[in-house]
Write a protein that binds this ligand. Structure first.
Ligand SMILES: Cc1cc2nc3c(=O)[nH]c(=O)nc-3n(C[C@H](O)[C@H](O)[C@H](O)COP(=O)(O)OP(=O)(O)OC[C@H]3O[C@@H](n4cnc5c(N)ncnc54)[C@H](O)[C@@H]3O)c2cc1C
Length: 344
């Protein structure tokens, strides 16, 4: 199998949802799984896997190495049971196309993840989640090329280290995800609705189920209102979604902080604090602007490129917000996207 073919342009800003990032030394497009493996195996220096470009911040100087654009496609049922199916999805498949397919087929378990940009293969990287669902609930295997051993491995969830916006794949270039297997229930109804805001908008109680399409439509509507569905005409969506994760502190730290903030207790006694609450109370309102960049006018957690921004300016804004929150509350904010060729 040959390596992937050269891409038309090497400016990485064309391939990120922030529309930021400098040149790549080599940029290739892989449309078949074997091409991904061959290209990664034969690349002369550093390799960057890029799919939807919706969770990366790439430095203005770009990437000195080979960028592999994942454009593999394919969704197929590999196991069919009376009550469930296992669906295998190619890494480059657009995530929301897969969700739409599942809803259409009457396969339940990913409907609340509607509208999330990017590829199916990137969802295990940070255990993508929203509105009470995360992919760790449905992934049964990740097929990955292991660059250390040069083999393709089928990794069960126990080997994936899934946690809140984290897994063994994040900040680790050992594995290239080639395909992902999801176990979905055969049902015209959603999984139990866990997220209070979504339940409210659906007019049901937490724990109730609704029709799959109704769950999808309501999630899409809520996400659109927050600028969380990509729209090229709306600069509030020129982002990586949430720039900061919600800080997780120990029970003792939480008590010590003495905050009158909304919070979610975790199973292990930890406490998750909404980053948006901290940012707003530290004095950074929606629309707070830097040089060509700004906090989205619809969502406090999204840092956006207004059209004339640079990665440098975006990170300056991120540092201003982080430092303001630290000064006011003594809580540290951490970036959710992967930073490439730049530091925070
Ligand atoms: C408007 C908006 C809303 C968002 N909402 C959410 C949300 O609700 N919940 C959420 O969790 N995320 C959200 N995100 C973040 C993002 O969409 C997800 O993290 C998504 O899974 C990233 O997919 P991608 O294909 O764009 O990955 P990329 O940005 O291309 O890559 C992200 C990282 O994963 C690596 N990577 C990508 N594919 C592979 C692969 N096949 N194998 C190995 N490494 C790989 C890359 O090298 C990079 O380090 C949002 C982003 C935007 C712009």
């Amino acid at each position: 199998m040959s390596d992937a073919t050269a891409a038309p342009q090497t400016d990485l800003s064309a391939y990120t949802t922030l529309r930021l990032g400098g040149p790549a030394s080599i940029l290739t497009v892989a449309t078949e799984t074997q091409q991904i493996v061959a290209t990664v195996r034969n690349a002369p220096g550093d390799v960057l896997i890029l799919a939807g470009g919706s969770n990366v911040v790439i430095g203005d100087d770009g990437f000195d190495g080979t960028v592999v654009l994942l454009r593999t496609r394919g969704i197929r049922v590999v196991e069919s049971h009376e009550e469930s199916v296992v669906v295998r999805v190619a890494a480059g498949e657009p995530w929301d196309d897969f969700v739409a397919y599942a809803v259409d087929q009457g396969f339940s378990g990913v409907e609340c993840l509607s509208g999330i940009p990017g590829s199916a293969g990137a969802t295990p990287i940070q255990n993508v989640g929203a509105y009470g669902q995360e992919v760790a609930h449905t992934i049964v295997a990740v097929h990955a090329y292991d660059r250390r051993t040069g083999t393709i491995r089928v990794m069960p969830p126990a080997e994936c280290g899934f946690a809140y916006r984290a897994s063994v794949f994040k900040h680790n270039d050992r594995y290239v995800v080639l395909e992902v297997d999801f176990r979905l229930a055969r049902s015209s109804e959603s999984a139990p609705i866990r997220y209070a805001e979504l339940a409210r908008n659906l007019g049901v109680e937490a724990g109730d189920r609704v029709a799959l399409q109704q769950a999808r439509d309501t999630v899409l509507k809520l996400r659109e209102q927050k600028g969380m569905v990509l729209d090229p005409a709306d600069r509030d969506t020129w982002s990586v979604g949430s720039f900061f994760t919600n800080p997780v502190v120990s029970a003792a730290e939480w008590t010590g902080l003495g905050l009158d903030a909304p919070h979610w207790p975790g199973d292990d006694g930890s406490v998750k604090i909404p980053a948006a609450w901290l940012i707003e109370r530290a004095g950074f309102a929606k629309g707070f602007a830097g040089d060509g960049v700004a906090i989205s006018s619809k969502h406090t957690l999204a840092l956006t490129n207004r059209g004339t921004g640079t990665t440098g300016a975006l990170l300056d804004l991120a540092r201003t917000v982080r430092d303001g929150v630290r000064e006011k509350f003594g809580v540290e904010l951490h970036p959710e996207p992967v930073l490439i060729g730049c530091t925070f």
